[in-house]
Write a new protein. Structure first.
Length: 443
C-alpha cells in the first residue's frame, strides 16, 4: 500500500496541521518521539488503520534530534554491533583515551556500570554473530521499506543509493575485513574487495592513502534532516497528528496499564503508547515505572563546503570509525562515539581528531569553509541490538536503542511495532529484540 492508498483520515484528526494536544479526539496510539524511529512507527500504524498522534519535544528534524546531523546511512552495510570481540575489557585502555574513536568517560554512575557489565558480556564471537544476524535482517527489511516509500516524488529527492566504499588504513584492518567477505556475502550482503584501479574508477577525483578497500553496491543514504521533514509532511497528509514542541510530563498508571498520558499541552487517553524518544527514552519510560538498560552515546558531525577532490559516494574510514557522505554542494563528516552522559557539548579536541583522521585517509582533501559542527545523542543498548516490543505495562511498547545505525533500522522497527499491536505474524524475528533480555531492563 502506498501513502496515497492509506486508510481514510478519520474525523477529528489534524491532517496537514501541527495541532496541539487536546484539540482533537484521543487517538488509538500515541508515539512519544518524532525522530526517524517514531515517524516509522506512525507510518506503519497509520497504514494499518490506527489513528496516531506523535509527540516531539522540539521541531520535527530539529537540532535536538539525532536525525538532524548524522550521515543518514541506510542499506546493508554497517550491521556489526557496537559490542565486538576484542572490546571486552576496558583494561585494553583504548576506550579510556579521549582521542579514541569510541571513548568511555568513566564516572560513578550505577546505570553506566550496569550497561558496561552487559557490554562486556556481549563482546564475544557468539554474541557478536547473533547481533549481526539480528541487525542485518532489520537492515535488509528496512531497505525494502525505504525503496517503496521513496517512490514518492517528494521523498525521492532525499534518497541516494550510489554504493559505499569501506576504506582500510592498516594492513591488519584490511586483512581482517577481507577474510570476513565470504561470510558476509553468505549473509546476503553484496560485498567485494576493490583493486587499486577499481577504486580510482569509482572515485577518480579523490586520492586515498589506504592499504585496501571493499565495496558494497547496496550502500545508500538519506539527506537529513530533509528526509525527516518531508516524511513528516507525508504522514500529516496520511492523517497522522504531529505535535511539535510538546513535552511528555507523566503517565497515570492503573491496574498495569497507562490510563492517561500527560504533556505540557494537555492530556491524552490513548489505547496504546509507544516510546521512541531516542536518548530521552530512559527518562520517559521511568515516568511509567519502567527501567531501560540504555546509555546515550554522543556522535559528532562536521558539514563543510564540498572540496573539489571530495568523494562522489559515501566512504567509511573503517579503523577510525568515521564516515563521509556527499550532500550536493556539502560534504558531511560524521563519527566518534562518546559514552559521557546526556551532554551534547561539542569537544573541540574530538572534532580536531576527526579532521586529522580524514587527512590520514585522504591527504589531498582540500580545506573548505565549515558550515556546521554538531553533536547529538544516540540511545544504545549494551549489545548494539534495539529493544522493540511490549513492556511490563499492558499497553506500553518501546522501540528504542537503535544506536548509531538508526536510519537503517527504524523502518523495520516501526513495522514490527505495528505488527505486534495488530497481532500479526512479524516480518522480522522479534526474539533477539526482546526488551527484557537484560537483567534490569524491565522493572
Amino acid at each position: 500500500m502506498t501513502s496515497e492508498e492509506a486508510a481514510p483520515v478519520p474525523e477529528g484528526t489534524a491532517a496537514g496541521e501541527a495541532g496541539g494536544v487536546g484539540e482533537y479526539s484521543d487517538p488509538d496510539v500515541v508515539v512519544v518521539g518524532g525522530g526517524v524511529a517514531g515517524l516509522f512507527c506512525a507510518y506503519h500504524l497509520r497504514r494499518g488503520g490506527a489513528t496516531v498522534t506523535v509527540l516531539e519535544r522540539g521541531g520535527l528534524g530539529g537540532p535536538q534530534s539525532c536525525s538532524y546531523g548524522n550521515t543518514g546511512f541506510v542499506g546493508t552495510h554497517g550491521a556489526a554491533p557496537l559490542a565486538e570481540p576484542g572490546m571486552r575489557s576496558l583494561r585494553s585502555l583504548s576506550m579510556l583515551s579521549a582521542d579514541a574513536p569510541f571513548y568511555v568517560k568513566l564516572r560513578a554512575d550505577r546505570e553506566l556500570l550496569c550497561w558496561l557489565r552487559h557490554f562486556g558480556r556481549a563482546c564475544t564471537p557468539t554474541a557478536a554473530a547473533a547481533g549481526f544476524r539480528a541487525l542485518i535482517g532489520m537492515k535488509k527489511r528496512s531497505l525494502e521499506i525505504l525503496l517503496e516509500l521513496c517512490e514518492s516524488p517528494s521523498i525521492a529527492t532525499t534518497f541516494e543509493s550510489p554504493g559505499i566504499v569501506l576504506a582500510y588504513k592498516t594492513a591488519q584492518g584490511f586483512a581482517d575485513a577481507s577474510r570476513a567477505v565470504s561470510r558476509t556475502v553468505a549473509n546476503g550482503v553484496p560485498l567485494r574487495v576493490l583493486g587499486p584501479r577499481e577504486l580510482d574508477e569509482l572515485e577518480p577525483k579523490t586520492r586515498f592513502d589506504i592499504y585496501g578497500a571493499l565495496y558494497n553496491p547496496e550502500g545508500a543514504y538519506l539527506h537529513v534532516p530533509e528526509f525527516v521533514v518531508e516524511f513528516g509532511r507525508t504522514l500529516r497528509e496520511m492523517g497522522v497528528e504531529i505535535c511539535e514542541h510538546t513535552d511528555l510530563t507523566g503517565f497515570e498508571v492503573k491496574a498495569g496499564k497507562i490510563e492517561r498520558l500527560q504533556t505540557n499541552r494537555g492530556d491524552l487517553r490513548p489505547r496504546d503508547v509507544v516510546i521512541t524518544a531516542g536518548a530521552w527514552s530512559t527518562e520517559c519510560a521511568r515516568m511509567a515505572g519502567i527501567d531501560l538498560t540504555l546509555q546515550p552515546i554522543k556522535g559528532y558531525s562536521v558539514t563543510m563546503d564540498m572540496p573539489p577532490s571530495g568523494p562522489s559516494r559515501p566512504v567509511l574510514l573503517s579503523e577510525g570509525r568515521m564516515a563521509m557522505v556527499p550532500l550536493g554542494d556539502r560534504l558531511r563528516i560524521g563519527g566518534r562515539l562518546e559514552l559521557a552522559g546526556m551532554s551534547t557539548a561539542v569537544s573541540e579536541r574530538r572534532v580536531r581528531g576527526m579532521l586529522r583522521t580524514v587527512n590520514e585517509y585522504l591527504p589531498d582533501l582540500e580545506e573548505t569553509p565549515t558550515r556546521e559542527t554538531w553533536s547529538g545523542l544516540r540511545p544504545c543498548t549494551p549489545d548494539g541490538v534495539p529493544l522493540i516490543g511490549r513492556t511490563g505495562l499492558r499497553n506500553l511498547l518501546i522501540a528504542v536503542g537503535y544506536g548509531h545505525i538508526g536510519m537503517g533500522l527504524a523502518p523495520a522497527g516501526g513495522e514490527l511495532i505495528s505488527q505486534i499491536l495488530a497481532g500479526q505474524d512479524p516480518t522480522i524475528d522479534p526474539n533477539p529484540l526482546q526488551p527484557d533480555r537484560f537483567d534490569s531492563t524491565i522493572s
